[in-house]
Ligand binder design. Structure first.
Ligand SMILES: C[S@@+](CC[C@H](N)C(=O)[O-])C[C@H]1O[C@@H](n2cnc3c(N)ncnc32)[C@H](O)[C@@H]1O
Length: 403
């Protein structure tokens, strides 16, 4: 079993994991962690981690037992002793370590104090000096774990109390925060007025377009991604980083040039990307087969979301935005859909307007547009990516070309 720490928008993180691993393999969700019953991760943990936009860390469940056990804390102690002894068999130097406790059978502070001290003593008995990176007596943050190198040089353990089971998990990989900021802020072409997609959301969208990793596995992954509204190329940058070929187009020549510069930046500054990309200048409503260098395996795109607004627009203005976007979506989807193979997935963003805290005015009648374009909507519930300070949120829709 594997444990995935979910990102800020739990529903999106879960949708990404369910699509890759199958919802039937989801064992349980404990707070912001999800446990999946998987025989294998199908990839090296860090490779999988670098692909997942919605997962903060991946851990392997190394022990679990029923929470009805007579003395759970004694059981945790003996389990930790075995895990630590095994883990530090052939280590040297000063060891950083971290513990996270979620839904544990005690006051979390008391629990952490007990088990941080216990782990330190155990590591000492194995002949090593160690330091825990947790602030006394709080769960370690991702930044503390990353900065200390606990996953590589020491150990990061998570203890979780589930419905009927206590789990102990050892972290295998953690999100590389520096890499996200580097590619987001250092890329040569940035245009905040255009409304750039956060790289993690671009990754989630690409993963929602993947066929499941289970079954025959990685060989079936989408190989070529097409973004017909590429803007600054965020989605295509992430596609190259996932070793996929990228095709992009935009109605704006500045965006075409900017995307080209950003893709060259990725190829130059990151290892193991593909170098296969083709970007062209075109209205998405008029894409033809001859424009594409091959039939793409998936369409992942963020179209125009309407004019930028800082407060909820008046009803008539909102209607104007929806009308204009209805026309755009109907035109580009009905034009492109016949060029794609049946079963091809399309993952797109629609604007949704925040009315109150969690109440949204959603894009109207998108199901009718999908129907006209011979597309089926795959996600049963809305998947909304929002930021607390923004009125316009993005609704992610997963579509599939009907047979
Ligand atoms: C919200 S931006 C995309 C931003 C992009 N996801 C990124 O992260 O940089 C929408 C893009 O759609 C382009 N666009 C608008 N209407 C279009 C059309 N009819 N055909 C092609 N591109 C269009 C705009 O020029 C703009 O670059």
């Amino acid at each position: 079993m594997y444990l995935f720490e979910l990102g800020r928008i739990k529903k999106l993180s879960l949708a990404e994991l369910n699509n890759l691993f199958g919802e039937e393999n989801l064992v349980e969700i404990i707070d912001h962690f999800a446990i999946y019953n998987l025989e294998t991760l199908h990839k090296e943990p860090q490779d999988l981690q670098d692909k997942l936009g919605g997962t903060i860390k991946i851990a392997e469940i190394v022990d679990h037992f029923t929470s009805k056990t007579k003395d759970p804390k004694k059981k945790i102690e003996s389990s930790l002793k075995t895990i630590l002894t095994d883990h530090f068999k052939d280590r040297s130097g000063k060891i950083p370590f971290a513990l996270t406790a979620v839904n544990v059978p005690d006051n979390p502070k008391v629990f952490l104090k007990q088990f941080l001290s216990f782990s330190k003593k155990t590591i000492k008995s194995l002949g090593f000096n160690s330091r825990f990176v947790n602030k006394p007596w709080q769960n370690a943050t991702t930044a503390q774990i990353s900065k200390s190198g606990s996953v590589q040089k020491g150990i990061d353990l998570t203890i979780l109390g589930g419905k009927a089971t206590l789990y102990i998990a050892k972290t295998l990989s953690i999100q590389n925060i520096n890499s996200y900021s580097y590619r987001d802020y250092k890329k040569p072409f940035r245009d905040p007025k255009m409304g750039m997609l956060p790289p993690k959301l671009a990754q989630i969208m690409i993963n929602l377009a993947e066929p499941a990793l289970s079954g025959t596995g990685a060989a079936k992954e989408a190989h070529t991604i097409f973004d017909p509204f590429c803007g600054s190329g965020t989605i295509l940058m992430e596609a190259l980083l996932q070793r996929k070929d990228a095709i992009g187009s935009d109605i704006d020549e500045k965006a075409v040039e900017g995307t080209l510069a950003n893709l060259c930046f990725v190829v130059k500054n990151f290892d193991n990307t593909t170098e296969e990309f083709a970007i062209f200048h075109k209205d998405a409503k008029q894409i033809q087969e001859k424009d594409l260098t091959g039939i793409p395996d998936a369409i992942v795109t963020e179209t125009h979301l309407g004019p930028p607004v800082s407060k909820l627009p008046k009803e008539e203005n909102l209607q104007k935005t929806f009308d204009a976007l209805t026309e755009l979506h109907e035109a580009w989807l009905t034009n492109l859909s016949p060029l794609l193979k049946p079963g091809t997935k399309l993952v797109i963003c629609l604007p949704t307007f925040r009315k109150f805290r969690k109440e949204y005015i959603r894009f109207p009648h998108f199901d009718q547009i999908a129907k006209k374009a011979n597309l089926e909507i795959l996600n049963p519930e809305p998947l909304i990516y929002e930021r607390p300070d923004q009125v316009v949120a993005r609704e992610i829709v997963v579509l599939q070309v009907k047979g």
